[in-house]
Design a protein around this ligand. Sequence first.
Ligand code: SF4
Length: 226
Amino acid sequence: MAPTGLQREAKMPARRVSIARAEPTADEAKAGSITELREAAKSCRRCPLWRDATQTVFGEGPDDAQVVFVGEQPGDQEDLAGKPFVGPAGRVFDAILDDAGVDRQKVYVTNAVKHFKFEPRGKRRIHSKPNAGEIQACRWWIDQEFDLIKPNIAVALGATAATSLLGKAVPVMKMRGQVIEREDGLRVFVTIHPSLILRIREPADKQAERDRFLDDMRKVKRLMAA
Ligand code: SF4
């Protein structure tokens, strides 16, 4: 059958991947709801990141959302607020979702890793990238978020999210705009993390990257209903 316009546009599905699920520890049981899961994650000790962070920053949004956006990890402001996507990158993300016509109240946002990893530098806490072991440990939570929400589409925002959702490191820039179908049927749309837009200094380049991300979010909006 010839691909539809949407399949051509989003190159869907580019391939099908299988991933190994995270195993429970001895005292863990599957949660029956997002509320239960959020509560259980507050005392998670699956990796060392809980030690220095303020709190677990769990996902937020409707538990029947059509789309789940997955970022990397909470930043400094998210760590203090206990809420995902409320820092500078979150504000950029909100504005672009709004431009794309995606209602932020109807989407679920979460992170691949749910504690803030940082290095202290004077009074500042500098973001530090989570490693493969930390990403795999935190898969226990994200797998269950997807089991409970059952969205139409997952959006991997950046390399850490793509690694978590696809079970291996992937070249995000090369795969940007592609939809990968997992063996369990979850479709994963790959794009950049909005913090990349913030890091670009040259105004024209920054605007071009914002436009590309806006285009990605418009594709996601169409995929949500597909
Ligand atoms: S980062 Fe994830 S796996 Fe590690 S302690 Fe926090 S919630 Fe648990």
